[in-house]
Design a protein. Structure first.
Length: 117
């Protein structure tokens, strides 16, 4: 089993920044990928960004390209999401996703990000 702990959410004004963290523990060695999804109230969960652990390849949703940056700490199996130029439409619960090499998927508990206008 893999446990994921997210942190870094909060309330920020439009144009501000936040940095989310997701720390993996348990049987978290070298994932296939880690990523961020978000779910706004009344909407479906959507993809935000991911990093392929071995290659380091990064993928972003079009809505966050140029504003968000995903990074990692290999030794700590921790992933970060630097969010800049935040907009009210970025308001959502942000979830960390971990996929192991058998494509089993694990989710964090979520962290609330609220951007005020």
């Amino acid at each position: 089993q893999v446990q994921l702990v997210e942190s870094g959410g909060g309330l920020v004004q439009a144009g501000g920044s936040l940095r989310l963290s997701c720390a993996a523990s348990g049987r978290a060695f070298r994932p296939y990928s880690m990523g961020w999804f978000r779910q706004a109230s009344g909407k479906e969960r959507e993809f935000v960004a991911e990093i392929r652990w071995s290659s380091g390849n990064l993928n972003y949703a079009d809505s966050v390209k140029g504003r968000f940056a995903i990074s990692r700490d290999n030794a700590k199996v921790t992933m970060y999401l630097q969010m800049d130029s935040l907009k009210p439409e970025d308001t959502a619960v942000y979830y960390c996703q971990y996929r192991d090499r058998s494509m089993t998927t694990y989710w964090g508990q979520g962290t609330q990000v609220t951007v005020s206008s």
